[in-house]
Ligand binder design. Structure first.
Ligand code: CUA
Length: 354
């Protein structure tokens, strides 16, 4: 009796867990809710494989149940052995051919999708955007080579268009994973460059993660992709190109912050232009959705980050305590007013409550 109760209990638990976890799909982070071409292709493949597995499961279970019932030991027939079928050619052929057919059904669209996703035929054509992506422990740099724009952590793209990414790493292997738009691609150190493309259907802020264990802060290596209309994208490029790195901020504290920043931080960071340093280019820092890819964009968080980056992202390259908290507060004032473009700020971010 207890055994049965136990089984029911675990069955119930698994059922409840399945329902609960099925609700975990975030609109802008889920491969199950595709918002871009690559993700849609990958979901189709997943559905085909699941359908095949369910088909095989049902057939096997049906045969299993049939045999259990049909050949059950009956009273008075305890020692009767059913007719043996080993070496039956017809059966052997059937259960060899069926899996081959199933594998073909799976293999053909998989190979097609693999070639489709690796297609680079339009790269380099007039008007086609290519962005250089460099992964670093633990942040992402995006350089728009044609436009002389460098930015980090937040990648702007136009919707409805293929945007190519040329990807590499400056240190160890990372992996660029944007589940709701395009799947995943490794970034390698050295000469080996990988290319993938993004094609977002709708405007939105999509979340990406590093998907390759790359060090103690691997799980904190997040980024955002902000897809906007073509017009807004053009506007963003204009705004970014016109950034004056030396522009004087309005408030006195921000001005002091600018000086502190120039003296202490500029050897690694940059503001505007296309320069790629040891640290992120902070051109549009004030427009960012997150600080360091993970923190809410409040001044308090930024001061914490500037003074104790090691506590927030262990193992990262930013030196710790090079400025006092008071100085960091001024630098924060300076950085947070670096709002050079309002493009993308009204783009819906689903599941803000996460
Ligand atoms: Cu970079 Cu994990």
């Amino acid at each position: 009796m207890r055994g049965w109760m136990g089984k029911f209990r675990s069955l119930f638990l698994f059922g409840a867990l399945t329902l609960l976890l099925a609700g975990c799909g975030e609109e802008n982070l889920s491969a199950l809710k595709p918002k871009g071409y690559g993700a849609e292709l990958l979901l189709d493949l997943m559905l085909i494989s699941i359908a095949i597995m369910i088909f095989v499961f049902i057939i096997v279970m049906a045969i299993y149940a049939f045999v259990l019932v049909r050949y059950r030991e009956k009273k008075g027939q305890e020692h009767i052995i059913p007719k043996q079928t080993e070496g039956n050619k017809t059966l052997e052929v059937i259960w060899t051919v069926i899996p081959i057919i199933l594998l073909l059904v799976l293999a053909i669209p998989t190979v097609q999708a693999t070639f489709d996703l690796a297609d680079k035929s339009t790269q380099g054509d007039e008007g086609v955007i290519t962005i250089d992506v460099t992964a670093n422990q633990y942040w992402w740099q995006f350089t728009y080579a044609d436009q002389e724009i460098a930015t980090s952590q937040e990648l702007y793209i136009p919707t409805g268009e293929r945007v190519y990414l040329n990807m590499k790493s400056s240190d160890v292997i990372h992996s660029f994973w944007l589940p709701s738009i395009a799947g995943k691609m490794d970034t390698n150190p050295g000469e080996n460059m990988n290319t993938m493309y993004l094609e977002a259907y709708e405007e939105g802020v999509y979340w990406g993660h590093c998907a390759e264990l790359c060090g103690p802060s691997h799980s904190l290596m997040d980024f955002r992709v902000i897809a906007v209309s073509q017009d807004e994208y053009d506007q963003w490029v204009e705004d970014m190109k016109n950034i004056d790195p030396e522009a004087t901020p309005e408030t006195t504290t921000a001005q002091e912050g600018q000086e502190l920043f120039n003296n202490n931080c500029m050897s690694c960071h940059a503001i505007g232009g296309a320069s790629a340093g040891v640290g992120p280019n902070l051109a549009n820092f004030g427009n960012r959705e997150k600080i360091a890819g993970i923190l809410e964009p409040t001044k308090e968080n930024l001061v914490d980050w500037i003074v104790h980056p090691d506590e927030i992202k262990p193992g990262n390259q930013m030196p710790t305590e090079i400025v006092s908290e008071e100085e960091a507060s001024k630098i924060a004032d300076y950085l947070l007013q670096l709002q050079h473009s309002d493009v993308g700020t009204d783009v819906p971010t689903q599941n803000e409550d996460e």
